[in-house]
Design a protein around this ligand. Structure first.
Ligand code: NAD
Length: 401
């Protein structure tokens, strides 16, 4: 089990909000009311309830516990109660629950961290927001754009904050690339590419069943990065495939594959730039640098401009540096080698934003647009047509420099 997690950790080791409205939806996810959080007002720690005690929980919890100045985990919840109990016992947390309703009726908390499997995200997010909790959700926030809009509206009505993974826009490398592009010295962006894939998880069957798939689980990172850098998307063309007919997973044994495990997505951005994402659960595992060569990792994001180009080394959720072909000097130079925050650090990051009032670059409007794009990809596969998106988001993400 946890092969994917172990790979992520090995990979990382090796490498040494403000409010955004969904344009046209009338949604105000980050009302000024929401800025005045209970924790900020009373200067006490932010109380966190964690729901979904599976694979990724094992990475989130150490990160949350690494912020004892601001965060206190007060409860765990999982429909498989022994999982919640095991986390609670291991971390000396008294309260654990078998479902979200019992959790919300139990010991009080401020921030719900939703790490359940994708098909449960919408119902759990809705229950948390309805109960007046701030919510950090793993991606995607909901299966449909209509349900996503409903959640953003609910957060606005309740005066709470709602954020979604992934955390790619808070890396130093994202900031570096965004600032380079905004400087204008590279000229207009014309094309871009993102890739993320591996052999697929082997612990839970839902990844391969309806509501799962590689685009929502993996491609979502690249779609977030590329829209973050190039801006909103107007139309989408997608093709998806199922390379493997069945998969063996620890929880259910052999299961039929019903969701995409091999996906290509093409986007036309409002700027006119074209980008594409390739993602799969059917790739060989990570490529590593050749032995005895200067350490380098494969490029996973390529941004092609008329006067130069930017190439991200390492996955966008854990990048190593950016290789830059600057105007007039097309020999690649590695820049921005700063360590990135943990890919499992989103809940801690937003907790800190809640407590300090710091501006958060991760926004629900952006996540909703990413969901819209991913659903358009599937609709394009179903219909054989290019699909117009129905949302947009406030862009650029970074304030002007
Ligand atoms: N595992 C990773 O490496 C990884 C990395 C990044 C993001 N994610 C994302 O994190 C989420 C969880 O992934 P995972 O690998 O931990 O899955 P998992 O199957 O290992 O764990 C999910 C847990 O949620 C529980 N659960 C499901 N529905 C629930 C409900 N309604 N109420 C309470 N508990 C419920 C399940 O019993 C299970 O223990 C997914 O959205 C995934 O895309 C996973």
């Amino acid at each position: 089990m946890k092969q994917h997690n172990i790979e992520r950790r090995g990979f990382l080791k090796q490498m040494a909000v403000t409010g955004v409205a969904a344009v046209g939806s009338g949604i105000l996810p980050n009302s000024s009311k929401a800025e005045a959080t209970p924790a900020a007002a009373t200067k006490r720690k932010l109380r966190v309830g964690v729901i979904g005690c599976g694979n990724v929980c094992g990475s989130y919890v150490p990160d949350l516990l690494g912020n004892p100045d601001i965060i206190e985990i007060v409860s765990f919840c999982d429909i498989i109660l022994r999982r919640a109990e095991a986390f609670a016992k291991r971390h000396e947390v008294k309260d654990f629950y078998p479902d979200v309703d019992k959790m919300l009726a139990g010991v009080g908390f401020d921030l719900l961290v939703n790490l359940t499997s994708m098909p449960s995200h919408y119902a759990v997010n809705k229950a948390g927001l309805q109960a007046g909790k701030h919510v950090w959700s793993e991606k995607p926030m909901a299966p449909t754009v209509a349900q996503g809009k409903e959640l953003l509206e609910l957060a606005g009505t309740k005066g709470v904050r709602f954020w979604q993974a992934p955390v790619v826009v808070i890396t130093p490398q994202f900031r570096f690339m965004a600032e380079q592009l905004a400087s204008g010295k590279f000229g207009p962006v014309v094309a871009a590419h993102g890739t993320y894939g591996h052999g697929g998880p082997d612990w839970s069957a839902w990844f391969y069943q309806k509501g799962g798939g590689c685009l929502y689980d993996l491609g979502v990172y690249n779609v977030t990065t590329l829209t973050g850098l190039l801006g909103p998307v107007q139309e989408v063309v997608g093709m998806t495939g199922m390379v493997t007919a069945t998969r063996r997973c620890a929880d259910q044994g052999e299961v039929k594959v019903e969701a995409d495990d091999n996906t290509m997505l093409i986007m036309r951005h409002a700027s006119g730039a074209l980008s594409h994402v390739q993602t799969g659960f059917c790739y060989s595992e990570y490529e590593l640098p050749p032995v005895n060569k200067e350490p380098a990792l494969p490029h996973t994001i390529d941004i092609m401009c008329q006067q130069g180009s930017l190439h991200l080394q390492g996955w966008d959720w854990g990048p190593r540096c950016v290789d830059v072909a600057a105007p007039g000097n097309h020999r690649l130079q590695s820049q921005c080698k700063e360590a990135a925050p943990s890919w499992a650090g989103g809940a801690s990051h937003v907790a800190r934003c809640l407590v300090t009032g710091e501006r958060c670059l991760i926004t629900p409007g952006h996540a909703l647009h990413v969901l819209d794009i991913m659903n358009a990809c599937h609709e394009s596969q179903r219909s054989g047509r290019r699909i117009a998106t129905e949302t947009s988001f406030a862009w650029p993400i970074l304030p002007a420099v």
